[in-house]
Design a protein around this ligand. Structure first.
Ligand SMILES: CC(C)(COP(=O)(O)OP(=O)(O)OC[C@H]1O[C@@H](n2cnc3c(N)ncnc32)[C@H](O)[C@@H]1OP(=O)(O)O)[C@@H](O)C(=O)NCCC(=O)NCCS
Length: 140
C-alpha cells in the first residue's frame, strides 16, 4: 500500500474529525468544529497535513503558529496504520513547513496520562520541558 501525505483541507474534515474522535489522547473542544478548523487552516496555510494509505485516511495533524513559534495539535494515526512511520512523517512535513517560513522551534501539548504519545514524541526527538507547566484561563 502506498502512503501519500497531502495538505489537510476542509474537504477532509468529516473523515479527520471521526479519526480524532476515536483516538484516545486527542482532546477536542468547541474550536474543533468545522468553522474553527476552517479558520485555523486559513490562518496557517501549508502547515497541516494528512496521510492516506491508498485512498483511506490513515492519519492527520494540525500545525500553526502564533507568529513566534510553531505548534502541533491533534496528531493521530488510525490504529491499523501505526508503527509504519506515518506519525513521524506527518510531523516532519509540519516541521519542514515551519522551517521554510523561518520558525526555529515548535511546541506540542500532551496529556499527562498519554504515555504512548509521550514515548512517540521522545523517540522522534522531542524534549520534555520539566521547567514548564501549562496554565489557562477562560475568557468570558
Ligand atoms: C502517537 C501516534 C500518532 C504515533 O503514530 P505512528 O504512525 O504509529 O508513529 P510512527 O510509526 O511514526 O512511530 C515512530 C517511532 O515512535 C515510537 N513509537 C510510536 N508509537 C509507539 C508506541 N505505542 N510505543 C512505543 N514506541 C512508539 C517508535 O520508536 C517508532 O519507531 P519504530 O516503530 O521504528 O520503533 C499514534 O500512536 C496515535 O495516533 N496515538 C493516539 C493519538 C495520540 O496520542 N496522539 C498524540 C497526541 S499528543
Amino acid at each position: 500500500m502506498t502512503v501519500r501525505i497531502l495538505p489537510f483541507t476542509m474537504a477532509d474534515y468529516d473523515e479527520v474529525i471521526a479519526l480524532w474522535q476515536s483516538s484516545p489522547g486527542i482532546g477536542l473542544s468547541d474550536v474543533d468544529r468545522p468553522e474553527g478548523i476552517a479558520a485555523y487552516l486559513a490562518r496557517n496555510p501549508g502547515l497541516s497535513f494528512l496521510a492516506r494509505l491508498d485512498d483511506e485516511l490513515a492519519g492527520a495533524v494540525l500545525c500553526g503558529t502564533d507568529g513566534r513559534r510553531g505548534y502541533l495539535h491533534h496528531l493521530a494515526v488510525r490504529p491499523q496504520a501505526r508503527r509504519q512511520g506515518i506519525g513521524e512523517t506527518l510531523v516532519e512535513h509540519c516541521l519542514s513547513g515551519l522551517k521554510a517560513q523561518g520558525y526555529q522551534k515548535c511546541h506540542i501539548f500532551v496529556y499527562n496520562g498519554n504515555v504512548e504519545g509521550q514515548v512517540f514524541w521522545e523517540r522522534v526527538g522531542w524534549k520534555l520541558r520539566t521547567e514548564l507547566v501549562i496554565m489557562s484561563k477562560d475568557i468570558v
